[in-house]
Design a protein around this ligand. Structure first.
Ligand code: ZN
Length: 385
């Protein structure tokens, strides 16, 4: 069906396949097991990349959005995420969020991000990536709880802190608030979907009648939402990304977290080693499992081979070995002031430290090694290894 959808010749045929595919996916999500969906995805990955893309998209849609009925009225519901990029030389917080903080975030979302008069609920938790539900049906389960709470007009969904996984400690990481929006069917959910009617809202200079672009909304959210979120990020630098549908927000965060963590790393190295960026060198190398999975970027002193620190630049979404990932990495390095880079083109295999599980990083000689940061008085709190 996904292959049929990818090959479809019209919107009407799209709808035909989409409806049937959605029914099948829902049946699988109800079994509480992801195995069949994963097996089907694996099969399509090699045989039909376009069908694979449609299938992923259909699974994600079935998980994050739906239509619920309450008191004979139909509601569109969507699980959404509020992503935040952050870094700290100390630990980055996660877990329960106090009521007053959540209430302030709510006010700013209402004022700057969501369409007028939407019902929405927020989970009272700042999720680290490790704490997001794992797999399709668990994600769907959380979405279902959030949808129901949103439709009934609840404002806060209580998460049991004891059920949250432990969070890995990294210099730079992502955090999420999660929630759900419910609107009468067909109404806008986000502010960028609001269209001014003719004669109304003369201030809208835009002839399409769209009141605010996504970019304008992001800027407003950054300037107003940052203060509301600050109590959650004591001792951290942080940057708000645009709230959006769960999977879209997640992928966007994964993408932007890569240059962000590179900036964080270079800033960290400069301040802890008390050197400027032009004394550092970066080594970039591709790492493979069955396919290209990620690049690993090591940092050394310019005239030394020891790897001081490394970061993983994972491929996200539909990126593969044909994407211009190396250019992106090099651009990000230049923006950080790193002028010396070495690109290795060997095919490295994904290797990890047997003791601690940390990824191994390429040194300038083309060997994979453990990053070893010099022990200095104050740098211990970071997961450096
Ligand atoms: Zn180790």
């Amino acid at each position: 069906m996904a292959a049929g959808l990818a090959a479809s010749g019209s919107r009407i045929e799209d709808a035909f396949w989409e409806n049937r595919l959605a029914e099948k996916i829902h049946a699988q999500l109800r079994t509480g097991d992801d195995q069949n969906l994963e097996a089907a995805l694996d099969q399509l990955y090699e045989s039909d990349p376009a069908g694979y893309g449609e299938f992923i998209y259909a699974i994600e849609a079935a998980i994050e959005c739906s239509i619920l009925t309450r008191e004979d009225r139909g509601y569109d519901v969507l699980m959404f995420a509020v992503p935040v990029l952050t870094w700290s030389r100390f630990s980055i917080p996660s877990g329960p969020v106090a009521g007053p903080v959540l209430a302030n975030v709510r006010v700013q979302l209402e004022a700057h991000v969501l369409a007028a008069n939407v019902q929405f609920v927020l989970a009272n938790c700042l999720f680290s990536p490790d704490q997001l539900p794992r797999g399709y049906h668990l994600t769907h389960e959380l979405a279902d709880k959030l949808w129901k709470a949103a439709v009934t007009g609840e404002r806060e969904l209580h998460m049991n802190p004891r059920q949250l996984a432990e969070t890995g400690r990294f210099l730079s990481d992502t955090r999420y608030l999660l929630g759900a929006i419910a609107v009468p069917q067909g109404k806008p959910m986000f502010r960028w979907q609001e269209i001014g009617r003719t004669g109304e809202d003369k201030s809208a200079g835009n002839s399409s009648g769209i009141k605010f672009s996504k970019q304008e909304i992001l800027l407003a959210w950054r300037s107003q939402g940052t203060e509301a979120l600050r109590p959650l990020f004591q001792g951290c630098a942080f940057e708000l990304l645009i709230p959006d549908g769960f999977f879209s927000a997640w992928r966007m965060a994964d993408r932007l977290a890569r240059p962000y963590s590179m900036h964080a790393t270079v800033e960290f190295l400069q301040s802890t080693l008390n050197i400027s960026a032009n004394r550092l060198r970066a080594v970039i190398a591709p790492f493979y499992d069955q396919w290209l999975e990620e690049y690993r970027v090591s940092f050394t002193l310019k005239d030394r081979d020891d790897v001081l620190y490394g970061i993983v630049w994972a491929l996200v979404g539909d990126e593969d070995e044909n994407s211009d990932t190396v250019t992106q990495i090099e651009t990000a390095l230049q923006e950080c002031g790193i002028m010396h880079t070495t690109l290795l083109d060997n095919r490295f295999l994904l290797e990890y430290c047997e003791e601690c599980g940390a990824p191994l990083f390429p040194n300038p000689e083309g060997e994979v090694v453990h990053a070893e940061f010099p022990e200095e008085g104050e740098v211990t709190p970071v997961h450096l290894h």
